[in-house]
Design a protein around this ligand. Sequence first.
Ligand code: ATP
Ligand code: MG
Length: 422
Amino acid sequence: MSNQLRAVRGMNDLLPADSPLWQYFEATLRGWLKSYGYRELRTPILEHTGLFKRAIGEVTDIVEKEMYTFVDELNGESMTLRPEGTASCVRAVIEHNLLFEGGKRLWYAGPMFRHERPQKGRYRQFHQFGIEALGFAGPDLDIEHLLMTARLWRLLGLADCVRLEINSLGGAESRARHREKLIAYFLTHESELDADAKRRLHSNPLRILDSKNPAMQALVEAAPRLMDELDDTALAHFEAVKRGLEDAGIAYTINPRLVRGLDYYNFTVYEWVTDRLGAQGTVCAGGRYDGLVAQLGGKPAPACGYAMGVERLLALLVEVGVATPADAPDVYLVNVGEAATRFAMQAGEALRDAGLDVVLHGGGGSFKSQMKKADASGARYAMIIGDDEAVAGEVTIKPLRGDGEQQRIALAKAVEFFKLVG
Ligand code: ATP
Ligand code: MG
């Protein structure tokens, strides 16, 4: 079957068997977001390439090698499938002047695209869920975001398997000072740098700290720390965030090497990591990006937010053995005979009017084979209609799970019965 069609490598179908888990996760998110007053923003999946170059930074993994970029043949414009959500969110906020009446709390969710080597927890189309708070300068919003995430882990039963790492990237001046020291340090170790690091030494040395190359770890570990360069404002902000975490009883570790793979961050940055998913252990990452709104042409406004990798979180839920609500119907409607099928259509609608989930057996078949399907559907009840029931306007209710008598009653009575038990 050499010409069999297949999905693009690294881009997954989400099959019906997987959807209860996704839906459970999404439903949990919605309630939790509402409880913090965040509102949804939906942006297009395709944007002008320039947006991501300007927002994420030219010398980053994403922009250098991970973006799906192509020329729109109809107008010659360069387009990119969004690799993350913050750039589009800020673009939309500026474009629609959403900050005119003060700060905004927003969330988004959907597929993102990065041309990476597919492996467990790393895909070319993956899903992120994220929030952004724009127009708030103080550490209170950084703290709110961390409290929020901690609550989500509790709601999902993941509190015991994720831990928080935080750092501060300071302001522009601290980073400039640190940059000089970093370059000087790496220059004295130039022979130990890999190709990526050599290329970034002068363009974006901070990025070298983000290296995942095992051979570079010792070198990076001993590099000058940005933390040692922080000025009073940055330190005060960082102290306030730490105090907020302590007030809330949220444990954290300071990871001075945490710099994040995107250029737009300043002050607070953090990651929630798990040890239970192998190498792809970061499930949530974010921080403050006060310069981005102005950098993308908006009136200057501070901002902060985070993004979660949905596939990794779901993998973690599976790993800890989460019980997702079953998506089985309440009733499976068995119908044998022409008159029976016509009556079953009506009966199904009547049950749905009463709020029940009903699967009508389709395609005919013997009573025995239909009962097998009824059982396999996971339904609590089979409602059986043969031609003689149809003529009498009656149905037979047969419990499929647990105790209970089989009974043959009028359809209206059956609806009443299901209202009581359902
Ligand atoms: P990593 O270091 O794992 O490459 P990143 O720093 O590139 O992550 P972010 O841009 O911060 O990731 O994205 C936020 C989250 O989205 C990550 O923490 C991760 O959970 C998820 N994520 C990022 N890239 C992928 C991918 N290719 N496949 C699946 N999930 C991803
Ligand atoms: Mg990455």
